[in-house]
Design a protein around this ligand. Structure first.
Ligand SMILES: NC(=O)NC1=NC(=O)NC1=O
Length: 174
C-alpha cells in the first residue's frame, strides 16, 4: 500500500480525497490529517474510527444525521453524494416499486421518530429485500444499543469507501 502518497498530501488534497469517507463529515478527514504519517491503510482507518468513538453522544448522533435516508427524498431528487448513490444503487434501492418505497419511508420515519437520527446501514452489504426487515428489527432495539449498531454501520461504509479510494486512486501497492 503506497501510503507514501497519502502521507505526502497537503491538507486540501487529503480532505478532497478522504472528505466523504464518512458521509458528509469532512471534519473527520480534516482532523485525521493531523495524525499523519499513517503506517498503512489499517492505521488510517483506525484514526477515522477513533475520532468517531471519541465523540460525545451528540456528535455521534450528528454523524448519523448527516446520512441520507435509504431510498429517501434525496435519492428521488438526485441530490445524493456520488458514493451514496453508488451504494444505494448497488443495493437495488433505485428500482423499488411505489409500495416498497412507501414501506421504507414509513419505517424510516418511525425509526427517526424513536431514535432522533436516521436508520443507517451499509447498503453495499445488504440488498433491497433485506433492508425493510433489518430496519423493522432494529426499530425495536434499546436506544443505547441502536446507537452503537448504527455507528458500526457507519464504520462498515467508511471501511468500504477507504478501500475504494486506496485501491482506485493508484495508491494500492503490493
Ligand atoms: N441511511 C443510510 O444507511 N445511508 C447510506 N448507507 C450507505 O451504504 N450509503 C448511504 O448513504
Amino acid at each position: 500500500m503506497d501510503m507514501e502518497k497519502v502521507n505526502s498530501m497537503d491538507f486540501g488534497e487529503f480532505v478532497d480525497v478522504f472528505g466523504n469517507v464518512v458521509e458528509r463529515c469532512p471534519l473527520i478527514a480534516a482532523a485525521v490529517w493531523s495524525q499523519r504519517p499513517f503506517s498503512n491503510s489499517e492505521d488510517l482507518e483506525k484514526h477515522f474510527f477513533a475520532f468517531i468513538d471519541a465523540l460525545p453522544q451528540s456528535g455521534q448522533e450528528g454523524i448519523l444525521r448527516c446520512h441520507p435516508d435509504l431510498a429517501g427524498r434525496e435519492l428521488q431528487q438526485g441530490t445524493l453524494t456520488a458514493e451514496s448513490r453508488r451504494e444505494q444503487r448497488g443495493a437495488g434501492l433505485m428500482s423499488l416499486d411505489a409500495a416498497e418505497r412507501l414501506r421504507l419511508a414509513e419505517l424510516n420515519a418511525q425509526y427517526r421518530a424513536r431514535f432522533g437520527f436516521p436508520f443507517v446501514l451499509a447498503a453495499r452489504l445488504s440488498d433491497r429485500a433485506a433492508v425493510p426487515g433489518e430496519l423493522a428489527r432494529r426499530l425495536q432495539r434499546p436506544p443505547a444499543e441502536e446507537l452503537r449498531t448504527a455507528l458500526g454501520e457507519v464504520k462498515k461504509i467508511g471501511r468500504l469507501r477507504l478501500a475504494d479510494l486506496l485501491g482506485a486512486a493508484g495508491l494500492a501497492g503490493p
